[in-house]
Design a protein. Structure first.
Length: 390
């Protein structure tokens, strides 16, 4: 299947600015909004979802960077945990409200007699667009980890220390002493409060999350003494993270459910582990391949040789063909890095550098003088001319 072209979906170039991306989304979202396409709402709904998926990625610097480097499949694996886009992942609801304006926005969700029938409401789950009923999910967290090239080659398990709000173990996130909750007196257990406003012949109903219980419909009978009723405490923990073999530099690995605790027992966010690979003293990484610089003598270059070459796994024997020129790249198959999320390994590339001696003793000078006087092929003055130009 061809990779998704988010730039093509929004009709913007790959170098488009954030303002250009938002402008394109604004224009197309109005055109394909399901509630404005009564003749074919299903097709409009699918198109609107494609536009919103593209906007979710391109309007976010981190997601856009991963998409530009690894495509939609890489984004799916590294950000969305192997799953595709759905509306629960859409984080730009405020932009949608800005696009359609307060009056039009409320007409989709608040008009008496029309509430609950909007296609837009079906997409986002009802109520205020993109805003969850009930306590908010925990925020995502990020931690950086530095790896050596050897750790990248074999994969690793890292113990990472993180500090952010965690679910209170005493009340298990309820915020209540003994986990005893009572019906919220403000919303009578509904988790929402409503207000109405009449304009001409229409009545507008605004439904919002209860400010007292944050949408739970329940309230602690007595606040938990350890967390003071918040349901969360600031805590330092050590989390074990599996680093897959061949992980690229700059990738963010997603650990679901390991982010900050949500409000009032709501699920936690995710933890993103940003990978940084340290430069190696011997090897230079080129994707799944690694490059090694090998200096050899003029004699080995001219006559050929078999030498030992360091690899990530130890040492390997490498044959230098006779007449090898400086800059020639030889290849050790399968001695590179494991391919990230793919079978097989890359190669170790060995770039040969022929070293010219800078100091000669008397015997070495005599031998080189003899070589220089040897006759060469037609059109060359001697053996060194043939060596340099072959």
């Amino acid at each position: 299947m061809a990779d998704k072209d988010y730039y093509g979906v929004l009709g913007v170039p790959r170098g488009a600015s954030k303002d250009e991306i938002k402008s394109a989304y604004r224009k197309l979202a109005k055109k394909y909004h399901p509630d404005l396409n009564k003749e074919n709402p299903k097709a409009a709904e699918e198109k609107f979802k494609q536009l919103s998926e593209a906007y979710e990625v391109l309007a976010d610097d981190e997601k856009r960077k991963i998409y530009d480097q690894y495509g939609a499949d890489g984004l799916k694996q590294q950000v969305w945990g192997g799953e595709g886009f759905d509306w629960s992942r859409f984080t730009h609801a405020q932009d949608v409200e800005d696009i359609f304006g307060d009056d039009l926005f409320q007409s989709f969700f608040g008009r008496s007699g029309g509430f609950g029938g909007s296609m837009f409401e079906q997409l986002f789950g009802g109520g205020t667009v993109g805003r969850r009923r009930g306590p908010a999910l925990g925020r995502d967290a990020r931690v950086d980890v530095e790896l050596s090239l050897e750790e990248v080659a074999r994969g690793d398990r890292k113990e990472l220390t993180v500090q952010y709000p965690m679910t209170c173990p005493a009340c298990r996130g309820t915020g209540a002493e003994g986990e005893r909750l009572v019906t919220c007196p403000t919303c009578a257990g509904r988790g929402q409060v409503s207000s109405s406003q009449r304009r001409a012949s229409s009545q507008f109903i605004t439904i919002t999350t209860c400010p007292k219980c944050n949408g739970r419909g329940q309230w602690p009978e007595r606040p938990c003494r350890r967390c003071s009723g918040d349901g969360r405490i600031a805590e330092t923990r050590t989390i074990a993270v599996e680093i897959p073999p061949g992980v690229p530099d700059g990738v963010q690995l997603r650990v679901p459910g390991r982010g900050a605790a949500g409000e009032a027992g709501a699920p936690p966010g995710d933890l993103y582990v940003a990978v940084h690979v340290r430069p190696h003293e011997r090897f230079v990484r080129e994707g799944a391949d690694i490059l090694y610089e090998l200096p050899i003598s003029i004699a080995d270059a001219a006559l050929g040789a078999e030498v030992e070459v360091p690899t990530l796994d130890g040492v390997s024997r490498l044959r230098i063909p006779p007449g090898t020129q400086s800059g020639t790249i030889l290849r050790l198959r399968g001695k590179g890095l494991p391919r990230f999320q793919a079978p097989g390994r890359g190669d170790q590339l060995v770039r040969v550098t022929v070293q010219t001696p800078t100091k000669l003793n008397a015997e070495e000078r005599r031998l080189f003088e003899q070589l220089r006087r040897l006759p060469g092929d037609e059109g060359h003055r001697g053996v060194f001319d043939r060596f340099r130009t072959s």
